[in-house]
Design a protein around this ligand. Structure first.
Ligand code: CP
Length: 306
């Protein structure tokens, strides 16, 4: 928090107000239509990714470059972390180079919040373990608003978030923003991939009936996060929860398919469906640039309110 009690960065979807979300969505869509962005020439953003990423990392680099900023990639593998330097010392050292912003991805929950507390530098959570991925959720809602015409048009639409909900930070962040927009969310998946906590207002289904939903949001099966007791039965998963060509024959022209990526074709979805007319998967990636530009603008201008 700064002296006015305002949050500095963006760590969770939970803290985002509906007004913040609407402003970020509107601004992201304006930027996507070519409205000029703010300029932050001469300011730096440090990307500290302690876990692998393609989309989030590169889209933040591109977004910050469109805003006139210099993105500095902190290379974990070649860093002094390998010599035993602590993450706190690392954060404080990086802060001494006076970035305007940190973007942090981590295997552990809460590291972006700690970066901000240790350094006082606004920090964006780019995905922390199984906890949250708020910028993914914001870009997903932005993509839906573009497709359906307005945030009001999302009300009472049915969204299935399908698959490995238990391990998914995307499911946690997106479901909260979707409910905020009046979307009726269902978690769909096998019992061993359902969260152990209750989300008020979110239904659970152990069968995937594609025709019930306006929005089919497929999650990546996170094989790297499965424990020994949670072995993945690929064929069983595929027959019950994949968006296969056979299952897709029940989809109408208004229904949309989404996935945060990286997609594992043949597991969560059959490859030809990724570029089908129903699919927003490529558009999610394109919109991510503008959505992240809007988020950076809002944070640097202090206009996200708690
Ligand atoms: N959606 C997402 O976070 O993808 P990356 O892991 O490639 O950044």
């Amino acid at each position: 928090m700064n002296s006015s009690g305002r949050r500095l960065g963006l760590h969770t979807s939970t803290k985002l107000s509906f007004e913040d979300l609407v402003a970020l969505v509107d601004r992201g869509l304006e930027l996507s239509r070519g409205v000029p962005s703010k300029s932050f020439v001469g300011r730096n953003v440090i990307l500290a990714f302690f876990e692998n990423s393609t989309r989030t990392k590169v889209s933040f680099e591109v977004a910050s470059s469109h805003l006139g900023m210099t993105a500095i990639n902190f290379d974990i593998t070649g860093s002094s972390l390998a010599k035993g330097e602590s993450i706190k010392d690392t954060a404080e050292t990086l802060a001494s180079y006076e970035p305007s912003l940190f973007v942090v991805r981590s295997k552990e929950s809460g590291l972006s919040q700690l970066f901000e507390e240790w350094t006082g530098v606004p920090t964006i959570n780019a995905g922390d373990g199984e906890h949250e991925h708020p910028t993914q959720a914001i870009l997903d809602i932005t993509t839906l608003v573009e497709r359906f015409g307005s945030i009001d048009a999302l009300k009472r639409r049915q969204m299935a978030i399908v698959g490995d909900v238990l391990h998914s930070r995307v499911a946690r962040s997106l479901s909260q923003l979707a409910v905020m927009c009046g979307i009726e969310v269902s978690f769909v998946g096998p019992d061993n991939m359902m969260p152990r906590y209750i989300f008020p207002g979110i239904a659970r289904h152990s069968s995937f009936e594609v025709e019930r939903y306006d929005i089919l949001y497929l999650l990546r099966v996170q094989r790297e996060r499965l424990s020994h007791g949670e072995a993945l039965e690929v064929n069983k998963y595929r027959s019950h929860f994949s968006l296969t060509k056979e299952r897709a024959t029940h989809i109408g022209s208004e229904q949309v398919i989404m996935h945060p990526g990286p997609v594992f074709p043949g597991m969560e979805i059959d490859a030809p469906l990724i570029d089908s007319e129903n699919s927003l998967i490529r558009r999610q990636t394109e919109i991510s640039i503008f959505s992240r530009m809007a988020i950076i603008e809002a944070i640097l201008e202090g206009s996200i309110n708690d």
